[in-house]
Design a protein around this ligand. Structure first.
Ligand SMILES: C[S@@+](CC[C@H](N)C(=O)[O-])C[C@H]1O[C@@H](n2cnc3c(N)ncnc32)[C@H](O)[C@@H]1O
Length: 397
């Protein structure tokens, strides 16, 4: 038998699963070279990157792991070079079934296919997990957003987005009991962008919790506001609207219980925090984005080693800004935690500030204020936009 034929068929199946966006993973195993030259397993999985869908080629050695992102064409070339030559087994997982190619020691190849009996894009870790929006169940707003198919399968290229949405909802679930139990829940999402998370929040509060809601998605980009308004209309959603406007000048109508600001640019996060504090919002969830303000003003001699290199200076500025924001919220009467939003693999902007308004002052406000000023002094910075916006001396009155 010609053993190049099963290999070609396998590569055709991989190629089709890529073209139809069904590939969820691929493993190469049983290396032919001497042990140690190649890891026992090589894993491939789709990753949604800014530049588009790529395939992570991950080699796990005993003490280290290497990751490389390749495009579809490079992936197929590598598979052609490695399967049967470097690795004896190749196992492809797709949304509708698996396919494996095995080479015997004598070089005989055998192709096997099986229908899927599990959900599509789930990693082994995901499969154990009960998501708030489960995979496999149709969800109209995720279908509208292109994350799911009409029958509830998560599209491979949107798997990271799907996990991020669910992760965000877990944070909302954690603070749900801090929101009022009667009447409509009022939410403002500052810098809502394409509003995946705004729609997800609507889905959670109205669907799972059966609540009436008043959700405002705010963004200064007219096009996203038009698109989101159209989508809300098409989906027939009640209690959600999208408004064009700037965060700093937005006026709330009535109480706001939950203020959200996810990846709004630079000091827009501070404007959002200031608004939320001013409204005495019960909960604030903020994932900051780029932080240029502090990077421009860091000037302490004692930090010279940390600020000499651009990338380290950026990171230091981001860390210091978020530490000061979290502290400012404590001064303003919030119990604050800074947690990881999503794992680093998806974005470096993965910090979430979670603040819950205290019923009464903690008694630590002065100490927080002292620490806030001390850190500013150490960093050699004078006054921050955050301070201009937040009245830190009177915010918790
Ligand atoms: C990176 S997107 C994030 C979208 C969404 N929150 C998310 O996490 O998926 C940031 C959005 O914030 C908006 N934005 C930034 N600064 C703003 C401001 N000062 N006022 C209103 N919108 C702002 C931008 O137009 C953009 O749509």
């Amino acid at each position: 038998m010609d053993d190049s034929e099963p290999l070609q068929r396998f590569l055709d199946i991989v190629s089709r699963s890529i073209a139809e966006d069904r590939l969820t993973g691929l493993t190469l195993s049983r290396p032919i070279p001497e042990p140690g030259e190649r890891p026992p397993r090589l894993r491939v999985r789709p990753v949604a990157l800014r530049e588009g869908l790529r395939y992570q080629w991950a080699m796990q050695f005993e003490r280290s792991e290497t990751h490389e992102n390749v495009d579809a064409k490079q992936l197929l070339t590598r598979l052609r070079e490695e399967v049967g030559t470097v690795y004896r087994h190749a196992h492809l997982r797709t949304t509708d079934g698996d396919c494996s190619l095995r080479f015997s020691r004598r070089g005989k190849a055998k192709l096997n296919r099986s229908k899927a009996n599990r959900s599509s894009t789930a990693t082994p870790h995901d499969r154990d997990k009960q998501y708030l929006i489960p995979e496999g169940r149709p969800c109209p707003f995720l279908h509208e957003a292109g994350v799911m198919t009409a029958d509830g399968a998560v599209r491979a290229k949107a798997a990271a987005k799907f996990r991020q949405i669910n992760r965000f909802l877990e944070f909302v679930e954690d603070v749900y009991d801090q929101l009022p139990t009667q009447g409509p829940v009022s939410v403002v999402d500052f810098g809502c962008g394409k509003s995946y998370l705004t729609f997800a929040l609507h889905h959670l509060l109205t669907g799972k919790h059966g609540r009436e809601v008043r959700i405002v998605g705010l963004d200064r980009d007219r096009h996203v506001i038009e698109r989101c308004s159209d989508a809300a209309l098409r989906l027939g959603l009640k209690g959600i609207e999208f408004r064009e406007g700037d965060i700093a000048s937005h006026q709330a109508e009535g109480d706001v219980h939950l203020a959200i600001s996810l990846h709004a640019c630079d000091t827009a996060t501070d404007d959002a925090l200031a608004k939320a504090v001013d409204w005495k919002s019960a909960v604030i969830l903020a994932a900051p984005c780029c932080q240029h303000e502090l990077a421009q003003s860091l000037s302490s001699d004692s930090l010279a080693l940390l600020t000499r290199h651009g990338i380290l200076k950026e990171r230091l500025a981001a860390l210091a800004t978020d530490a000061l924001r979290a502290c400012a919220l404590e001064i303003a009467g919030y119990r604050t935690r800074v947690v990881e939003f999503i794992d680093m693999e998806h974005t470096p902007k993965n910090v979430l500030i979670r603040a819950v308004r205290r019923n009464r002052p903690s008694g630590q406000e002065h100490e927080h204020r002292r620490r806030f000023d001390e850190l500013k002094r150490q960093l050699g910075i004078d006054r921050l936009h955050l301070e201009e916006m937040l009245d830190l001396n009177g915010a918790n009155d």
